[in-house]
Design a protein around this ligand. Structure first.
Ligand SMILES: [Zn+2]
Length: 422
């Protein structure tokens, strides 16, 4: 039995190799194009170190497979204008989900990524993984159908969750609002539904990735702070997400301050940053003063109506956020800090407090060239685009790209077979 099993896997691997034949080695070329490292024949020859004829051959295979295309505009060059080669952002789609505590937002994107279709629904995350993920799968299927795309077109699935995530293991770790999700293999479960690779990530990390890649791509050391109903942060070092040993890096909302007042946090401890500066804490303080509020959204509405208590509390929250940010600056020495999330819509009412404390408390060397700015991502779609970016980057990595090409060729072949049969 074991021997038979062994033979099966050898045959399968052999077949994969055969199918990769036309594209084998084309992975490096596709990776150079997809990541924008090279976009002309001469640049590809130089960057890959391959001969001109080999590059031409591999490009032909990628054009045939529909993975790349020529841009209509020509590149400036010394002699004849060179044609720009780019990824065909339509060759696959990404399924992207933003799962919150009480809502889920889903999207299908192309490989730019641009959102092609969206759905939103009410869920209760405490019901556990199977009902929630089941609903998501159903919605993804409806969206695919609406776009006329097939399961085989799915390059991958990206899921954002409001909890610390073991990215490698594809599951939630540690105690959180997500009771019943602990150690449930989200990746394996979803992979079975679509036969596509799945990336699971903490929501703040996805917002960080979206903000960084789209608006600050040249910055190496980047810190994103999400100030919304809760508070968290995401860290980019040398252009990559830093997750920490347990996926808990950047969880600044529950750093405790000693001293008075030390209000009770929703995590059960006293004096956390969240309990003093998060949307829910400001809403609590407003309610205590007779101004009705429960979420960060309510706080912003009061602020825009110039409610004096709301203005005062948001400014105070900015200074609390500044205190903890100053500590993070001392450890990480980022060159850009972006404050995003619903509370960041308060603009300078929040940001000036952050700046004041960071410049006051951090070493001059660390703040000399430091930029502190408000987030530019759309609150509604930022996280969805971050999830799509994570999937695209993972599937276009040098170590995974050959497999991506093979999967695409298989799906194209399956599509052709179906068309012949139909
Ligand atoms: Zn706490």
């Amino acid at each position: 039995m074991a021997a038979a099993k062994g033979r099966t896997s050898v045959t399968k691997e052999g077949k994969e190799h055969e199918e990769a034949g036309s594209a084998s080695g084309a992975g490096t070329i596709l990776w150079l194009i997809a990541t924008g490292r090279a976009c002309s024949r001469s640049a590809l020859t130089e960057a890959s170190g391959l001969s001109r004829s080999t590059v031409t051959e591999r490009l032909a295979a990628l054009f045939d497979a529909g993975l790349i295309e020529e841009a209509p505009e020509a590149l400036p060059s010394g002699g004849r204008p060179a044609r720009m080669i780019r990824l065909n952002t339509d060759f696959g789609v990404v399924l992207s989900a933003d799962i919150g505590e009480s809502h889920a937002r889903l999207a299908i994107t192309d490989l730019e990524p641009r959102i092609l279709a969206e759905a939103v629904g009410t869920i209760d995350i405490r019901h556990g993984p199977v009902p929630v993920l089941g609903w998501i799968v159903e919605q993804f299927r409806l969206l695919l159908k609406r776009l006329g795309r097939r399961h085989e077109d799915v390059l991958g699935i990206g899921i954002g969750l409001p909890a610390p995530v073991d990215h490698e293991g594809g599951r939630v770790v540690g105690p959180s609002v997500m009771t019943g999700w602990d150690d449930f293999d989200i990746r394996a479960w979803l992979q079975r539904q679509f036969d596509a690779p799945v990336s699971v990530e903490n929501d703040v990390n996805l917002m960080t990735l979206a903000e960084f890649r789209r608006f600050w791509p040249e910055v190496g050391q980047f810190l994103f702070i999400k100030a919304g109903t809760g508070i968290g942060s995401g860290i980019i070092t040398d252009g990559r997400l830093y997750r920490g040993a347990q996926g808990a890096a950047g969880d600044i909302g529950h750093i405790q301050f000693t001293g008075e007042p030390a209000p009770l946090c929703r995590c059960g401890k006293l004096g956390c940053v969240e309990a003093r500066a998060a949307g829910w804490a400001i809403a609590r303080d407003l309610s205590n003063r007779g101004v009705e509020a429960t979420t960060a959204r309510d706080v912003i509405d009061h602020l825009r109506a110039n409610q004096p208590e709301a203005v005062r509390l948001v400014r105070e929250a900015g200074r609390v956020l500044g205190e903890v940010t100053a500590d993070v600056v001392s450890v990480l020495n980022p060159s850009v800090i972006v404050i995003g999330g619903t509370l960041a819509q308060a603009g300078e009412d929040l940001l000036s407090g952050v700046r004041e404390l960071v410049y006051q408390r951090s070493l001059p060397l660390a703040t000399r060239n430091l930029t502190i700015a408000a987030g530019q991502s759309d609150i509604r779609t930022g996280l969805l685009l971050g999830a799509a970016l994570l999937v695209i980057e993972t599937q276009m990595r040098p170590e995974t790209i050959e497999r991506t090409i093979i999967r695409h060729q298989r799906s194209a072949a399956a599509g052709a077979r179906r068309r012949r049969a139909g």
